[in-house]
Design a binder for this molecule. Sequence first.
Ligand code: TYM
Length: 338
Amino acid sequence: MTAARQRILSGAKPTADSLHLGNYIGAVRQWVDMQSQYDAVFFIPDLHAVTVDFEPGELARRTRTVAAQYIAAGIDPEQSIFFVQSHVPEHAELAWVLNCITGFGEASRMTQFKDKSAKAGADAATLGLFAYPTLMAADILLYQADLVPVGEDQRQHLELTRNLAQRFNARYGNVFTVPDATILKATAKIYDLQNPTAKMSKTGESPNGAIQLLEDPKIAAKRIKSAVTDAGTEIRFDADAKPGVSNLLTIYSTLTGRSVAELEEAYAGKMYGHLKVDLAEVVVDFLTPLRNRTNELLEDPAELDRLLARGAERARAIASVTLANAYDKMGFLPRAGR
Ligand code: TYM
């Protein structure tokens, strides 16, 4: 008998008009690489998207855009389970259970909550934002995921997920697999092009700091060419002393498959301008087909919706079993007729 394949699970929020290059390099790329060796679950966490200000008129379009970007990047919706979080009500249901075993202090220590609530102000920060990490834990635990490929900024949420799984299992009986984060050191944090000590994000201060996967590749090329570097001249990887140049080398290396050492050698004695011009071309060559394919997929929203509906059915078949098991262990009165 062959052992069951390990399961991986991950997702990216539909909080902007496009995913950015940090999402791709830090996460989506790993998913594509891993999906054939693992039993894979990829979803679009739209319930997470409403924990901060959002436009109701934009949410559905952004959700479909992320779905199209997953497929354009190489996620195979037949091979992998691919769905929208709000289509599977078990996520919100298990999140409630997890809220009831999470300490107030424990949730208060989540750095993303601290950052986001500080930005939003005390009244604008909602209970939903506070409970964001328990919903994320529910996303993972419902599917008994073994591995969760994410960027560095999700590490603390994964730690909490592990703690909650262990706590539930110890308190009520064994239900959940305790997952591990898969965070690739070299690409775990892609930095803002204008502020290379901050991570590239959907809400960075300068629009020039991020490369949007759906934007005009010519604009992306300009952003690479105007990336902040340093007053030196040497093209060398040194994340502390040369964060801007190091970030460009990481992006270059990931998109071409050439190692950083090989790039350092190839650019020895050359100027930053050379590196930027070449990388701008690499980025354009990467973005152009990805963007075209995404737009093509978006022209047929009915087909995307069909794939997502099919994925939600597959997801529910797994999630409903885990939730029923958790309820059972907790001693809820079973619903008659089930
Ligand atoms: P989100 O939508 O912010 O980002 C999606 C993925 O992209 C990674 N990422 C980065 N990686 C490297 N460099 C960057 N600059 C960068 N910016 C973002 C993130 O680490 C993430 O892996 N909470 C999650 C979504 C989520 C989730 C889940 C993920 C909800 N439920 C369950 C895994 C499992 C988030 O906000 O990702």
